[in-house]
Design a protein around this ligand. Structure first.
Ligand code: FES
Length: 99
């Protein structure tokens, strides 16, 4: 698990990109829960954390692929492969993210 300071808490609908042991991971606040997933889109590697979050769907800013942040599943291409999701827990002021 990678431990990072939660710092300013995420508000509903926000995303933040964190470095978890050398890999960029996006954290999204959706539906009262936090979800963590690899920041790199499986299409061509753009930052999903710089995309749009609507409910539990994130849209890549480059070519519009959509992923379900709860499972990593592709909702809409051009991406073909799911994005890796990671477990995330809040512990005090820190986030523990699966590495
Ligand atoms: S890099 Fe994300 S849709 Fe192309």
């Amino acid at each position: 698990m990678g431990r990072v300071s939660a710092g300013n808490k995420l508000n509903e609908g926000e995303m933040r990109v964190l470095d978890i042991e050398g890999t960029k991971v996006s954290i999204a606040a959706a539906g009262g829960s936090l979800y963590a997933f690899d920041d790199a889109c499986t299409h061509m590697g753009c930052s999903l954390g710089e995309g749009q979050l609507e409910g539990t769907t994130v849209t890549c800013p480059c070519h519009g692929s959509q992923f379900d942040v709860t499972s990593g599943a592709v909702i809409r291409g051009p991406a073909q492969q799911p994005v890796r999701v990671r477990s995330v827990q809040i512990e005090g002021d820190d986030l523990l993210v699966e590495s």
